[in-house]
Design a protein around this ligand. Sequence first.
Ligand code: FES
Ligand code: FES
Length: 233
Amino acid sequence: MSNAHQFKLKLQVNGKQVSQHVAPDTSLIELLRLDLGLTGTNQGCDTAQCGACTVLVDGQAIKSCNVLALQMQGRVVTTIDGLNLAPTGTEHLTTQATQATQTAHDANEAPTLHIMQQAFIDQGALQCGYCTSGMIMRAVAMVHERVAIDEHAVALALGGNLCRCTGYHNIVQAVMQGLTILRASQHLRGIINTDRLDHTNGLEGELDVSGIHSTHDEHDEKHKTIKTNQGSL
Ligand code: FES
Ligand code: FES
């Protein structure tokens, strides 16, 4: 398609300013994988069912197959490829890891893993790995949501992310490990009050994603909010 049928998009991806001409029907996952070469985000069902394509938009978990790239105008997108360098609100709490990451980045070396990535390794929470990047991005978004750190609440909150391999147990354990470390850090800094965590939360967690709309017309009513949980385990 010629530039005459494309529109200029400016956004931030993994800490870098991106300016790109995109077609009106280009989805966010197409922009990420095909235009920007960020292949850490996997494309599964392409119909907002599996969650493999989950990324963070302004810190909130979004299924990138289900939004248009042009809807990302001016927004901050984080993918698994840049997770270890992305602001999580816990930098001050994970000083050692953050410094190591930054040092490695400055030295052009392989960076350290994000706490949630390490938790998935520690708990053996992946097999084929196809769902893993989406699972981890969904889990990172939970840090700022009122999802309690217990098996039931975490399993509910992962309801929109499907895994065909693991049986979910180890994934839930990994998310709990990651949340425990990240939340503890935030609690110490007074960023969150863990006493107010909603232990029934899961399906109630609607995110304010004003301006982000589904590419599917039949989902118009869902445009006002994108629920953190779709489907079931
Ligand atoms: S590829 Fe987006 S939800 Fe399955
Ligand atoms: S590890 Fe294979 S789909 Fe989840």
